[in-house]
Design a protein around this ligand. Structure first.
Ligand code: ATP
Ligand code: MG
Length: 576
């Protein structure tokens, strides 16, 4: 490809709306342009990047025995009614009607469509397993589209689905995919980690997320340095502490706390530590108000709470509901005398004599013994893990790091096959629901994640595995025929040997070309100018290390191949 005829509109300025570095660099390197919130056009270099990622994904899916299909992006609402998700999925599902007033939606994921396919196609256990995948554009009307390709509304996903006759077979499919994912992310040159995950709106029995480690990640991961336990914060378990026999505490007393409605204000006013306070948080679970109690220095984990209550939908209660249920302004809720179901975090059983809200403005209670003074509907693991907690598996220290979710594998079980009647006849001729798994990879998000992990002040530092081109060849003196001729010769040699090279043949100043080459970040840079030509050499630069060198123009290809091996070996060492 020639720069002069390949559209790469690089920018000097960082776009004002781009908060994270991958978004900034994708725009500055001329790979994407914003159409509207969460919607992007991929420019030629962006398309090459996507293709590179998709190629690796496709090869590994095929190698794992999954067959590529392509399902419609527009999906009938009736299928979603069958699975029960038409009501449950919420506003991320973009719904519309056709000319016959029939409901449709844009596919955010394809469990319904693929289960419909399986129930029509599969009759007998002999046809199982069915393992399929597609690489396709998805649409989710995200509440906060942001960070460019990281959280778009329209994005490219690889979604795969497995149908098996038994749970052990389904677990095999899951394992095959889990291993394939490790190969995919390894081959893409990403530093990643599989973690235990929540199953979210897809549902199902267990799942793992594949996280690219990066400070800008939206997810937090809890990791044990000792045993390697790793889980998304949404799910990370906390082992129940031994409940100590609470010491006798004096009777509950009411104290005035004028204007103090935060943990900090109350503890400061009463001379207590946050550990001695119980935070009473009100939620609405499937339309019903409930209270969750955690220690003052802890946070309620909404996802755990929702799971614990078996609720489809859970959200923090608004001011009006809090005031109606507690009879007090926000900030003074407490469990004593509260007339809604109360759920307490396990840790609170370790002590008594807590400070709580009094369900009355400007007042709190002291000496509260939760077991003695309130009616707790149930105790459970309801809070967010923190670095002061111990590993739930081995008791080791827990660290928190941030990650970008680039892949997700789910064991679905029979959630969809039962709801939609996707059954088969087993060896005994008995009708059984198929056991399903589903597996996603954020193809476009990987483009962003790779840049988050690989950049410097000058621009992108593409890992060779996904770089849109392997090499850029700068002709510094395109006006001089002898330089142009030499550059064309090397360009042709490189192309002939299968190298993906971009020839910068623009009539721009050398400084512009150097800056663009660094910004675009292809692993290898070759520089040819009048002075070099006179000496019979091409200059080289390894984009990752910045290391410069020279290759002879005479007998160029063998020297280039040797240098390339050195550059790639450097990358391999770094990625190992
Ligand atoms: P998240 O928690 O980030 O919203 P999710 O759990 O909704 O992700 P899945 O339904 O598992 O995501 O989708 C499979 C993969 O698609 C994810 O692992 C992620 O890489 C990618 N993905 C999901 N939502 C988006 C988005 N809005 N933009 C880009 N990629 C996305
Ligand atoms: Mg999501």
């Amino acid at each position: 490809m020639r720069f002069s005829s390949f559209y790469i509109p690089t920018l000097k300025e960082t776009p004002a709306d781009a908060e994270v570095v991958s978004h900034q660099l994708l725009v500055r390197a001329g790979m994407i342009r914003r159409l509207a919130s969460g919607l992007y056009t991929y420019l030629p270099l962006g398309v090459r990047l996507l293709d590179k990622i998709a190629k690796v994904v496709r090869e590994e899916m095929n190698a794992a025995g999954f067959n590529e299909i392509l399902m419609p992006m527009v999906q009938p609402g009736d299928l979603w009614r069958e699975s029960g998700r038409w009501e449950k999925y919420g506003k991320e599902l973009l719904r519309f009607r056709d000319r016959n007033e029939r409901d449709y939606c844009l596919g955010p994921t394809h469990e319904e469509v693929v289960t419909d396919l399986a129930r029509d196609e599969i009759r007998s256990y002999r046809q199982l397993p069915l393992r399929v995948y597609q690489i396709q554009t998805k649409f989710r009307d995200e509440i906060r589209p942001r960070f460019g390709l990281m959280r778009g509304r329209e994005f490219v996903m690889k979604d795969a689905y497995s149908f098996d006759a038994s749970i052990p077979d389904a677990e095999k499919s899951y394992q095959v995919m889990y291993e394939a994912y490790k190969r995919v992310f390894g081959r893409l040159g990403l530093k990643f980690r599989p973690v235990e995950a929540d199953t979210g709106s897809i549902g199902g029995s267990f799942s793992h997320e594949f996280m690219v480690l990066a400070d800008t990640g939206e997810d937090t991961i809890a990791v044990c340095a000792d045993c390697g336990y790793a889980a998304n914060l949404e799910r990370a378990e906390i082992a129940a502490p031994k409940a100590s026999e609470p010491s006798q505490c004096p009777p509950v007393a009411r104290v005035a706390t004028p204007g103090a409605h935060t943990v900090e204000q109350v503890t400061a006013m009463l001379g207590k530590s946050p550990k001695e306070l119980v935070k009473t948080m009100l939620f609405v679970a499937d339309g019903k108000p409930v209270a969750a109690l955690v220690r003052g220095d802890r946070e309620v984990n909404e996802i755990k709470l929702g799971k614990f209550l078996n609720a489809d939908k859970i959200e923090l209660a608004g001011r009006e509901i809090v005031e109606r249920c507690t009879g007090a302004p926000v900030g003074f809720a407490g469990p004593v005398g509260l007339d809604i179901p109360i759920y307490a975090d396990n840790e609170l059983a370790c002590a008594s004599g807590y400070v709580t809200g009094a369900n009355e403005g400007d007042a709190h209670l002291v000496n509260v013994d939760l077991k003695r003074d309130c009616e707790i509907a149930a105790w459970g693991d309801l809070r967010q893990i923190s670095e002061t907690d111990r590993c739930p598996r081995c008791g080791g220290a827990i660290g928190l790091t941030r990650g970008i979710e680039v892949g997700h594998v789910f064991m679905l079980g029979t959630k969809y096959s039962e709801a939609m009647g996707a059954t088969f006849l087993d060896e005994q001729g008995e009708e059984k629901p198929m056991i399903q798994g589903c597996y996603g990879i954020g193809v476009s998000r990987i483009g962003a994640a790779a840049i988050e992990q690989n950049h410097d002040r000058a621009g992108i530092v593409f890992p060779p595995q996904i770089s849109p081109f392997s090499c850029i060849l700068l002709n510094l003196d395109p006006g001089k025929p002898e330089v142009a001729e030499a550059a064309e010769r090397i360009y042709k040699d490189l192309l002939d040997s299968g190298e993906e090279v971009l020839l910068d043949d623009r009539s721009e100043r050398p400084g512009v070309k150097f800056n663009d080459a660094d910004l675009l970040g292809f692993p290898m840079q070759l520089v040819l100018g009048g002075k070099g030509l006179a000496r019979g050499v091409v200059e080289t630069k390894d984009r990752r290390t910045g290391e410069k060198g020279e290759l002879p123009l005479a007998n160029f290809m063998p020297a280039f191949t040797e240098w390339k091996q050195k550059v790639l070996a450097g990358w391999e060492r770094q990625q190992a």
